[in-house]
Design a protein around this ligand. Sequence first.
Ligand SMILES: Nc1nc2c(ncn2[C@@H]2O[C@H](COP(=O)(O)OP(=O)(O)OP(=O)(O)O)[C@@H](O)[C@H]2O)c(=O)[nH]1
Ligand SMILES: [Mg+2]
Length: 297
Amino acid sequence: MVKENFRCGYIAVVGRPNVGKSTLINTMIGEKVSITSKKPQTTRNRVLGVVTTQTAQFVFVDTPGFQTKYGNALIRGMNRSVRASIADTDAVVLVIEAGGWKPADEKVLELLPRESSNVILAINKVDMVKQKDSLLPLMAESMQKYPFAAIVPISAEKGRQVTELMAEIEKLMPENPPFFDPDVYTDKTPRFLAAETIREKAFRLLGDELPYGIAVTIDKWTEDDKKAEIIATLIVEREAHKGIVIGAQGEKLREISRLARMDIADMLAKSVYLEVWVRVRKGWNDDARALKTLGYE
Ligand SMILES: Nc1nc2c(ncn2[C@@H]2O[C@H](COP(=O)(O)OP(=O)(O)OP(=O)(O)O)[C@@H](O)[C@H]2O)c(=O)[nH]1
Ligand SMILES: [Mg+2]
């Protein structure tokens, strides 16, 4: 039985790269639906994270960090998906960092509809701020920039004030019956989440330059009640990158696989055998057809 006044809506979480959008969504959902890393441009696809309470069902849309610098086909597609998410959702949470507004944050602000009363500002990473009283001027400054429906300082990582943020979001959501089953928490398949987990480990373990040229495909997936056997390929852009990903005596690749296997085993709640290969595909991130086969649209 659906309660009267039940609310359900789509909420886009937007912001420049690396402000903590995916971390925030994972914290709100209480499950890992979106990979995170210290490096910008971690998220590439729109990912839904669903959480159902007694009174509402939140359908969060994680978006790639909005890029203003340079654009290959992958980045252009990522930016398109940010714009589309803003247009298609009932509410928007704009995330910035407690350090203050940056030019790249202002660019995201420009994407928002002028008159909307459905935008909330989340000021993230407050755990990094020593002077807590610097938050009040930042909140006042933010109100001058846009008529936010609410401004909530949070720490996505530490889970601070996240319940308060969700209460503010709930106020903006329309009355609707739930769109998803209450035990659904994402629209992504275990296959997609496994590929993303491998990409996350590569992102985290490799140097600064390499991750942007990395993609992952799942080539084989067999599963029974107790175990899963997965064969995947890490795709790199250049021949020279192959050796870096593999590392001396295969050390790097082994560590990427080991960490990914543990997370995937957790996710599937069964034992996992994971084999990861490395292959070169030149210029995949600027090639429309390659992007499509890799699941980036
Ligand atoms: N100290 C601190 N770090 C945080 C907090 N939230 C996120 N981070 C860190 O910020 C980095 C970026 O987090 P992500 O969630 O990947 O950021 P994102 O906005 O999704 O980034 P893109 O997908 O690249 O646009 C990671 O290293 C997180 O651990 C927070 O509340 N406090
Ligand atoms: Mg992200």
